[in-house]
Ligand binder design. Structure first.
Ligand SMILES: [Zn+2]
Length: 472
């Protein structure tokens, strides 16, 4: 196996460790940024002080740190954001990007053509695919990623373990969701029989993953959630049993819902229920749940989701590529639904780029609601909103006590030349790459690169794996 990193594992910060009061040398002042978006109205013109993996001070204009800082980073050329948080992805799909046979297809035929290809996935394929997806996300300013992995053909039983290895090597945070498919073609579902598992296998592995990996509380690096794939690929029984298991272990629930009108029609024909009634009928209409897409809801359904506190991962690029529809994001938020952003899997948004996804969200929602939708609102979805979607009150804002997860962008490329407002320029001029990214107080991107990652070697091996996969 080719070694993609200089060292076998990155120096990953441990969560939940109480440390004594840090000395000056451990305090870092990220000083006087060109601009900062805090996601909470705080003024960070003077910068931030980071210590012990957390933000300990947010400084207004002209303010200096309250105690000496042994290290200073001059951010005068940088726009500082909370680390971006991706709430919906399928890492393995980086192997089937821009695949000709489905380049111009809507969801159901797109899936039916891809399932047999995906059924050939191997653990090494997934390791390469997850590393590619995570590296892309990290370079775009993302510090926490959620992945929805629901493919467990024979030989792929350790898929989530493989993903966790990739997350740890890159030094990011992640919510890995143990997905499942239990309703195959033989029983009226969409996926081929070789890709579905028994409910017993799904539940046993879900429980194992929670026990082995799920971390709780501030600073958690790895979290596990339970994620039956979609109404047309799982039984109602596995939905209900997953909800009960999540309740017992206090972990979150995730699934695709209300992505297309085909799906709505499937629910009405198969269950005699619209999507939100279906969700309610299996015990998922709670604040433990976040939904991928959440497009086709009536006014009454939006009100029910808001009252329950059920969250939505808005995936604008995927929704445009597959022509699935436009999520009613402002109305969802106004009803009380937490909304974050997801790039979605790389077979339906072929780029895993979070800062560009914030731009797509801004523009798609402007098409729906008008040009007054502010840039800051889109940045809020990608940060504080996404943190709420994943149930992470310690992430997504620049404030004292929050984790020191940061994305810093420079505006000195050609594409920004002539721009005026730095925050607006990030989205309107299409920033696509962070210059520096910090996770838990550790720099994971420096000068636009991931230290120690052999990108050329990764691309070569991943591309070969992708060709092998589609050629059978
Ligand atoms: Zn998806």
């Amino acid at each position: 196996m080719t070694q993609l990193f200089d060292s076998p594992s990155a120096n990953v910060p441990s969560p939940n460790l109480q440390s004594p009061a840090p000395a000056a040398e451990s305090r870092l002042w990220i000083r006087n940024p060109l601009a900062a978006f805090t996601a909470n109205g705080l003024d960070a013109s003077g910068g931030l002080v980071v210590s012990g993996g957390k933000i300990v001070e947010v400084l207004g204009a002209g303010q200096a740190p309250s105690a000496p800082c042994g290290q200073t980073f001059d951010a005068g050329s940088h726009v500082v954001l909370p680390g971006l948080i991706n709430t919906h992805h399928h890492f393995y799909q980086t192997l089937t990007r821009a695949w000709g046979p489905v380049a111009n297809a809507p969801l159901f035929p797109w899936l039916q053509n891809l399932y047999p290809v995906w059924a050939r996935l191997t653990p090494r394929d997934l390791e390469l695919a997850a590393t590619v997806a995570l590296a892309e996300l990290l370079l775009s300013g993302c510090t926490t990623a959620a992945d929805h992995h629901y493919l467990f053909p024979a030989g792929m039983e350790d898929a989530i373990d493989v993903e966790i290895g990739a997350v740890r090597r890159l030094g990011m945070r992640a919510t890995l969701t143990r997905g499942s498919m239990t309703l195959g073609e033989d029983d009226g579902g969409l996926p081929p029989q070789s890709t579905v598992q028994t409910p017993e296998a799904v539940l046993a592995d879900s429980e194992r993953l929670i026990r082995e990996y799920h971390q709780r509380g501030d600073g958690a690096v790895i979290q596990i959630a339970l994620a039956p794939c979609s109404p047309f690929s799982v039984t109602k029984e596995i939905m209900a049993e997953s909800a009960a298991l999540a309740d017992r272990h206090d972990v979150r629930l995730h699934t695709h819902l209300a992505e297309t009108l085909d799906e709505e029609q499937f629910c009405v024909e198969t269950f005699g229920l619209r999507t939100v009634d279906y969700l309610d009928s299996v015990g998922w209409l709670t604040d433990r749940t976040w939904l991928g897409h959440g497009i086709h809801f009536s006014d009454a359904e939006i009100a029910r989701l808001g009252a329950a506190g059920t969250a939505v991962a808005h995936c604008p690029t995927s929704n445009m590529r597959l022509a699935s529809g436009t999520a009613r994001v402002l109305e969802l938020e106004e009803a009380g639904v937490p909304v974050g952003l997801g790039v979605d899997g790389s077979a339906s948004n072929d780029a895993s780029n979070m800062i560009l996804e914030a731009r797509q969200a801004l523009y798609l929602q402007r098409l729906r609601y008008g040009a007054h939708v502010p840039v800051e609102r889109a940045l809020g979805w990608a940060t504080r909103g996404s943190a709420a979607v994943l149930g992470r009150p310690d992430l997504g804002q620049l404030a004292p006590g929050m984790q020191a997860d940061l994305a810093l962008f420079r505006l000195d490329e050609l594409r920004f030349s002539g721009s005026h407002d730095p925050l607006a320029a990030l989205l309107l001029c299409a920033a696509d790459r962070a210059d520096r990214v910090m996770v838990g107080g550790e720099w994971r991107v420096v000068d636009g690169q991931i230290p120690g990652l052999d990108v050329a070697g990764l691309v070569a091996e991943h591309s070969a794996a992708a060709r092998r996969l589609v050629n059978g």
